[in-house]
Design a protein around this ligand. Structure first.
Ligand code: SF4
Ligand code: SF4
Length: 143
């Protein structure tokens, strides 16, 4: 029987709602994200974590304002650092962790209305793996 879900569009379509920039609790930034974003906003990369991040364990995540919005989210529902936004934001929701932990998809979908929940495990792993490979040149592994 053919898989019901075959393409990334079958399981995800961004609604442009901005929910992932609000109250989601952790946009990780890598060292290369920090270098890129700092250059874009003309900040000192050595002070980036202190100025724009909180720590989640040993990893920096972008600070949220009192309204729980990402510090780089503006009132017009625009990412103010879109051309250099963190790897995690560019890759969303096709994250490497889902290949090993596909059960996380539904938890992510509860915060992202663009993600269809309850995708069969095999379909999900196949689509996510292929999309990660397809995007590899646009979103290099890291650093
Ligand atoms: S929460 Fe999901 S649907 Fe909404 S803007 Fe973010 S990625 Fe798109
Ligand atoms: S960096 Fe941009 S896309 Fe990522 S959470 Fe912040 S505002 Fe949203």
């Amino acid at each position: 029987m053919d898989a019901e879900y075959k393409t990334p569009e079958d399981i995800f379509s961004c609604r442009q709602c901005g929910c992932c920039c609000t109250g989601f609790g952790g946009t990780y930034v890598t060292d290369s994200d920090i270098v890129r974003i700092s250059a874009y906003i003309l900040a000192d990369p050595d002070n980036f974590v202190t100025s724009y991040c909180d720590m989640a364990g040993s990893r920096p995540v972008l600070t949220q304002g009192p309204d729980e919005q990402c510090i780089f989210f503006d009132a017009q529902k625009q990412c103010t650092i879109h051309p250099v936004k963190p790897r995690m934001c560019r890759a969303w929701p096709f994250l490497e962790t889902l290949v090993k932990n596909p059960e996380n998809w539904d938890a992510m979908a509860s915060a992202c209305p663009g993600m269809k929940p309850h995708i069969p495990r095999e379909d999900l792993i196949r689509i996510v793996s292929r999309e990660i490979n397809n995007r590899r040149s646009a979103i290099p592994a890291d650093n």
